[in-house]
Design a protein around this ligand. Structure first.
Ligand code: NAG
Length: 248
């Protein structure tokens, strides 16, 4: 029984080896041994596929190179797009600034923003102003300077062309043996008082004020108290100028 069982094992092992060799045979290159013409064809096809996939000059390698070049171009184009975006926002910011400057110029009496510092006027009363009523505006009709055309010598009012810090000062000489009280006025609100008067003589008083003003705000001098008193001509003055403009 043991001998027949051994022979059985040898038989089956031989059969398994033979079938394995038969199965693997087409994978061997054709020059390794004798083979039919169809087996030779299959083998050379395999070789060509291997060369195409992993060879240095194969089609797949060329595709890889092309893809990486495309990625380079793509990232450069994205960089350019970002640069264009940066330029666009810079241009928009400049446009905003120019528009603000235009508005600032437009709100005044033709005063350019670059000339904002050159806002100044100086005027005086050309002749005696008697019988002034209470709160009546004192018109300093005689112009000395009017840089930026900011003072109206007919109404006696200053109008600020641009937002900024402004300085004003007035000196009022009273009539003989009389007193007059006046005030500095911003948009109808008193912001400073002046007393002028003398006993058996004339007397002058003055005051000044610093104001934060918006474009279009008005400042003038008016009578505060003293119906019938008068402001002396030529000795009474009214001046104002911009100290510096606020940002446009
Ligand atoms: C000044 O006014 C006072 C008070 O009214 C008066 O007494 C005096 O005579 C006046 N002086 C002159 C020079 O008119």
């Amino acid at each position: 029984m043991a001998d027949s069982s051994k022979a059985c094992v040898i038989f089956w092992s031989t059969l398994l080896l033979a079938s394995t060799v038969a199965a693997l045979w087409p994978a061997f290159p054709s020059d390794m041994g004798a083979s039919s013409s169809s087996e030779s064809k299959q083998s050379s096809q395999r070789r060509r596929l291997l060369q195409a996939g992993f060879g240095a000059g194969g089609e797949v390698s060329e595709t890889c190179t092309c893809t990486s070049e495309f990625q380079g171009v793509d990232s450069r184009s994205r960089e350019n797009e970002n640069s264009i975006q940066d330029l666009r926002s810079a241009v928009n910011s400049l446009k905003d600034t120019v528009n603000k400057m235009k508005k600032s110029v437009g709100s005044g009496k033709g005063v350019a923003s670059a000339q904002s510092y050159n806002i100044a006027f100086s005027a005086r009363v050309g002749y005696n102003r008697p019988y002034l009523g209470e709160t009546e505006v004192i018109v300093f009709d005689e112009l000395v300077i009017n840089n930026g055309d900011v003072y109206d010598p007919y109404s006696g009012k200053f109008t600020s062309p641009v937002p900024g810090l402004y300085h004003f000062e007035t000196t009022i000489l009273s009539g003989f043996n009389a007193t007059i009280e006046t005030m500095l006025v911003l948009n109808g609100n008193e912001v400073g008082r002046v007393f002028s008067g003398g006993f058996n003589n004339r007397g002058s008083g003055s005051n000044s004020v610093l104001l934060n003003m918006e474009a279009g705000d008005e400042v003038w001098v008016s009578v505060f108290f003293g119906n019938g008193d008068y402001v002396h001509g030529l000795w009474s003055t009214w001046t104002g100028y911009m100290v510096y403009p606020f940002s446009v």
